[in-house]
Write a protein that binds this ligand. Structure first.
Ligand code: CDP
Length: 237
C-alpha cells in the first residue's frame, strides 16, 4: 500500500479521496438482490443510498414521455444532463414532480433502462448526478458500474451474484407479492437477455471491479447476505 500524506495532496483531490473513502458499492446482475441488500446495509451504517438503476429507468421514461427514441444517444444525453428527478426520503421517485415510483419498476421499464444504458453519452451525462450523492457520513451505491466507473476509489466494492434460476425465482416472488402477475420462464428469459446486454456493451459493461468482494447469494437469505457485507465493511482496513 502506498503511504499518503494528505498535507501534500491538493485540497480538491484530498476532499475527493475523503468522500470516496466513505463509499460502499454493490454491483451485480439484474435481480441479484442489490437494491434490497444495499438499502439494508445503508440503513445499518446510517449512510445515504443511491439506486443508480432508478436513474436509468427514469431517463428511459423521460425519453418515452418526450417522444425521444431510446436509440437516439445525443437526445438521451440531453435528457440525462438535466433530468428533473428527485428521490424522496419516503422512497418515492419523482420525475418533474410526478410520482413515477411504480411506473419505473415494471419489467418493460427495466428493459427500456437497459436499452438506454448502452449509450456512452447518456452514461457520461449521469456521472455528475450520481457522484453528487456522496455526502457525510457515507454512501451505499448499487448498480452495474458503481465500483468500476462511478466510484472507483470506494472503500469496499461488492459484486453480488446468484444463479439465473434463483434470481428469476426471487423476482417472481417479489412481483407476486406486489399483486403483479408474472411468468417464471418469461422472467428467466428476460433476465438472461438483460445480463447478455449488460455484459456485452462496449461502455461500463457489467463485471466485477478490481479488488471486488465476490458474494454469491444463492442459498443465502437477505439477513445472511447483509451480514456478510457488513462483516466485510467492518474488516475492510
Ligand atoms: O433491478 P434490476 O437490476 O433489474 O435493474 P436496475 O438496477 O434498476 O437497472 C436497470 C437497468 O439499468 C439495467 O439492466 C442496466 O442496463 C442499467 N444500469 C446500468 O447500466 N448502470 C447502472 N449503474 C445501473 C443500471
Amino acid at each position: 500500500m502506498v503511504a499518503c500524506n494528505l498535507d501534500r495532496v491538493p485540497a480538491s483531490l484530498a476532499a475527493l479521496d475523503a468522500r470516496q473513502a466513505l463509499v460502499l458499492t454493490i454491483d451485480g446482475p439484474t435481480a441479484s438482490g442489490k437494491g434490497t441488500i444495499a438499502q439494508r446495509v445503508a440503513q445499518s451504517l446510517g449512510f445515504h443510498y443511491l439506486d443508480s438503476g432508478a436513474l436509468y429507468r427514469v431517463a428511459a421514461l423521460a425519453a418515452t414521455r418526450a417522444g425521444v427514441s431510446l436509440d437516439d444517444a445525443a437526445a438521451l444525453a440531453d435528457i440525462g444532463a438535466s433530468l428533473p428527478v428527485r428521490f424522496e426520503p419516503d422512497g418515492r421517485v419523482l420525475l418533474a414532480g410526478d410520482d413515477v415510483s411504480e411506473a419505473i419498476r415494471t419489467e418493460p421499464a427495466g428493459q427500456a433502462a437497459s436499452r438506454v444504458a448502452v449509450h456512452p453519452p447518456l452514461r457520461e451525462a449521469l456521472l455528475a448526478l450520481q457522484r453528487g450523492f456522496q455526502h457525510a457520513p457515507g454512501l451505499v451505491a448499487d448498480g452495474r458500474d458503481m465500483g468500476t466507473v462511478v466510484f472507483p476509489q470506494a472503500a469496499l466494492k461488492v459484486f453480488l451474484t446468484a444463479t439465473p434460476e434463483s434470481r428469476a425465482d426471487r423476482r417472481y416472488k417479489q412481483l407476486i407479492e406486489k399483486g403483479i402477475s408474472a411468468n417464471l420462464m418469461a422472467l428467466l428469459q428476460d433476465l438472461q437477455q438483460r445480463d447478455a446486454r449488460d455484459q456485452s456493451r462496449a461502455v461500463a459493461p457489467l463485471k466485477p471491479a478490481q479488488g471486488a468482494y465476490l458474494l454469491d447469494s444463492t442459498g443465502l437469505d437477505v439477513d445472511q447476505t447483509v451480514e456478510q457485507v457488513l462483516n466485510r465493511w467492518a474488516a475492510r482496513r
